[in-house]
Write a protein of this length. Structure first.
Lengths: 331, 294
């Protein structure tokens, strides 16, 4: 059974990716994730300038969901260059390390097409394996009142500006579930130069209130929702994106993946790669290796020889049964 | 394939049952609740509408929970102004804890507010018939904490060090630790502890362990002293934390990549010695490095 695959010319030893925003602030952290068995790592969002986050509490959860309003803090390009440079030159084969460097996806953020272009220009010379353009953090609602990923034109403007700065490095765009037409947004992103789609970012935002003090728990009051409750939304969004892009564009599926079964479900909906984030709460990096092992066991028992055969298999099954499409307008 | 689930990590507010002013800049809050916290673990302390910070648990006896804190930061200054009956949010406990063996000899080294979590250790360890040398250090007499409580513990010897010599040894508590370790061979063969030492020795357990909590440069010195002398040692490390349960990644240390909220705050010295940034720099909420003044 083979968990490895090549996506956009990048080799992945398994489909599991550290999602942006969880850990991933330093090279040490990416290396630990690689040692834990991940197929790739994504940086926390990188700004073209220092950006302050929110006061605490910024992250709280129940067994069903997590709310976060960290506020996308970042020390700026000098620190990003230092950490990414340190990771990209890491050659575990030279030391006692057991794992090799896995692909690094540089997640970038800004408040205008110019800012996105500026950070892309700073990072591109370090040759990350791919870029991921964050157009969908709920923090945008606080900073500018709306998400870029709600608007096809804004998506196209930013992706066009970034594309010019990154040479041939593949570009993913991270989308929000907070729209009625995520398939159309994804198709527009592809027309604007996106090589892949990451879906989905956190949902909402949501709120939680402390009863006795009658105060919102998050210092920023509202925060993006992730965790187990997000998974069905992620599955539906990925299915719609896969359909709208005719299965031609790789999708990094993220949202509520806690087990090998969750990862497989997102792949059946259309994901080629699967992001893991919230599940790392209370767990270590070895969770990647455990989930990969679980996927291998499942595939072996189901006679799946190549993990890439799972991608979009639900759509093929529907067609085989003479049922077409998953979006509301077809049902 | 076992299912992995999230745990409840919501803060809940509780009324402050009692406030004790320990020194000019230190207070202890008592809450009528237990989180089942063990010595060395921490909780996140939230003041609604302001901020939330990690704090060591100063005591959790199954009925009441205590925190002891300095009014050094923005939030702790706000907390300092609260009165009994006010609401404070709490979630946890988080992180690793101190572990000892029955009858073991412990040398606890506390700097500043480190005396509070170290007292929690002592209070629990004496129940396991441990003998304790408790070294408390501070700038001067007026900054010493928990002396009366420590003196009230059985099988516990208090040693005090002050920078200005206003009480106890004039100098650092690390110097007292070195003196105690010099005399350790003699101590370890004293009649009183010979029986228990036999049990520990038969199980190849260390006769003595050093636990430390305090300013980073003090702990760096203790880490090196214990590594040189091959003395079993654990200490409470501190890094900026947001979530407290392994999500945010702010407390990841170089070069190991481990999170101190999960693999700490109590870390064995063998690991501490591999944390290259320890005693050199720490990172802020943005991930930016700040170097310690040595």
């Amino acid at each position: 059974m083979n968990l490895s695959q090549t996506v956009l010319g990048i080799e992945f030893k398994n489909p599991l990716v550290l999602a942006s925003g969880i850990w991933g602030i330093t090279a040490s952290s990416w290396k630990e994730v690689a040692r834990g068995g991940a197929g790739a790592v994504t940086t926390k969002s990188l700004w073209p300038h220092e950006h302050k986050g929110n006061p605490n509490p910024t992250i709280v959860s129940t067994e069903h969901w997590m709310l976060n309003a960290v506020g996308v803090p970042d020390a700026g390009p000098a620190k990003s260059r230092e950490e990414i440079g340190e990771y990209m030159k890491w050659n575990p084969a030279e030391g006692p390390e057991l794992s090799r460097r896995v692909p690094l996806i540089a997640n970038i953020i800004g408040l205008s097409a110019e800012e996105f272009a500026a950070i892309a220009r700073e990072i591109a010379p370090l040759k990350p394996d791919a870029f991921e353009v964050n157009l969908s953090t709920p923090t945008f609602l606080k900073l500018r009142g709306k998400l870029f990923a709600e608007d096809e034109k804004e998506v196209a403007d930013i992706l066009g500006a970034v594309k010019k700065e990154i040479g041939g490095i593949p570009m993913f765009v991270k989308l929000t579930p907070n729209v009625a037409n995520i398939g159309e947004i994804a198709a527009a992103a592809v027309r604007a130069g996106a090589d892949g789609i990451t879906a989905i970012n956190t949902l909402g935002p949501g709120m939680a209130i402390d009863l006795k003090s009658r105060m919102p728990i998050l210092a920023a009051h509202k925060g993006g929702l992730s965790g187990p409750a997000l998974k069905p939304i992620a599955v539906r969004c990925i299915a719609e994106i896969y359909e709208a892009t005719e299965g031609k564009v790789p999708i990094i599926g993220t949202g509520g993946v806690f087990t090998a079964e969750d990862a497989i479900e997102l792949m059946l909906a259309g994901a080629s790669l699967v992001g893991i984030g919230t599940a790392l709460a209370d767990h270590g990096a070895s969770l990647f290796g455990e989930i990969a092992k679980g996927m291998e066991t499942w595939c072996t028992s189901e006679g799946v020889r190549d993990v890439s055969a799972l991608t979009g298999a639900m759509h093929r099954e529907l067609i085989k049964r003479g049922m077409k499409g998953t979006s509301m307008k077809h049902s | 394939m076992p299912a992995i689930s999230l745990e409840d990590r919501l803060p809940k507010t509780h009324r402050i049952a009692k406030i004790v002013r320990e020194t000019e800049h230190v207070k202890t809050f008592t809450f009528n609740l237990s989180l089942g916290a063990r010595p060395g673990q921490f909780i996140m302390v939230w003041l609604p509408g302001k901020d939330e910070v990690p704090m060591s648990v100063a005591m959790d006896d199954g009925k009441q929970l205590k925190i002891t804190f300095f009014d050094v930061g923005d939030l702790t200054q706000e907390l300092f102004r609260l009165t009994e009956g006010d609401l404070v949010g709490i979630r946890g406990p988080f992180g690793t804890q101190y572990a000892w063996n029955k009858g073991q000899h412990l040398i606890l080294v506390a700097g500043g507010y480190g005396a509070a979590p170290m007292y929690f250790v002592a209070n629990e360890a004496v129940k396991d018939n441990c003998t304790i040398d408790f070294v408390v250090g501070a700038r001067g007499k007026e900054h010493l904490l928990y002396l009366k409580e420590i003196e009230g513990l059985k099988n516990t010897t208090l040693h005090v060090a002050t920078d200005d010599g206003s009480v106890g040894h004039k100098g650092y508590n690390t110097e007292v630790l070195e003196m105690l370790l010099e005399g350790e061979k003699r101590l370890a063969t004293s009649d009183k502890r010979l029986e228990e030492n036999k049990v520990l020795a038969a199980n190849r357990l260390p006769l003595t362990a050093v636990f430390a909590c305090g300013p980073e440069m003090m702990m760096k010195r203790i880490s090196d002293i214990c590594a040189e002398r091959r003395v079993d040692c654990s200490m409470s490390l501190e890094r900026y934390m947001k979530c407290g349960y392994g999500v945010c990644g702010n407390c990841v240390v170089d070069p190991l990549g481990i999170r101190l909220c999960m693999d700490g705050p109590v870390v064995k010295n063998e690991i501490v010695q591999k944390i290259a940034e320890f005693g050199k720099y720490h990172r802020d909420d943005l991930g930016k490095k700040h170097y310690f003044r040595s």
